[in-house]
Design a protein around this ligand. Structure first.
Ligand code: HEC
Length: 81
């Protein structure tokens, strides 16, 4: 469930395995979601980032439901470096 959403919406920038190796952007590169710095962040922080977006990342709250965003985060938590 979360994986299908990730592949469709997130892999373009974050890469198929979430390592941040999608395409290069101007400005901040997509985060490596398998990195220890992301693993250490609490769910609330990451959910906020996904909901609200970042300078180089779109906000998802208008596109995905709260439940879908939770499912994507659950999938991100399963990614390994
Ligand atoms: C247009 C490219 C793009 C897409 C699409 C995208 N992201 Fe991102 N994402 C980024 C960039 C760039 C950053 C780093 C932003 C920064 O640090 O300023 C980021 C950061 C993040 C972070 C924060 C990581 C951390 O350690 O704080 C999470 C979580 C995240 N993205 C999840 C997702 C999810 C889930 C999706 C799909 C629903 C998604 N992203 C789609 C570009 C993208």
């Amino acid at each position: 469930m979360g994986k299908a959403l990730f592949v469709r919406h997130c892999a373009g920038c974050h890469g198929p395995e979430g390592r941040g190796n999608g395409y290069k952007l101007l400005g901040p590169d997509p985060a490596n979601l398998t990195a220890i710095t992301t693993k250490k962040k609490v769910d609330e922080d990451l959910l906020r980032t996904i909901h609200e977006g970042k300078p180089n990342m779109p906000a998802w709250k208008a596109i995905l439901s709260t439940e879908e965003i939770r499912n994507v985060l659950t999938y991100i938590r399963t990614l390994t470096p």
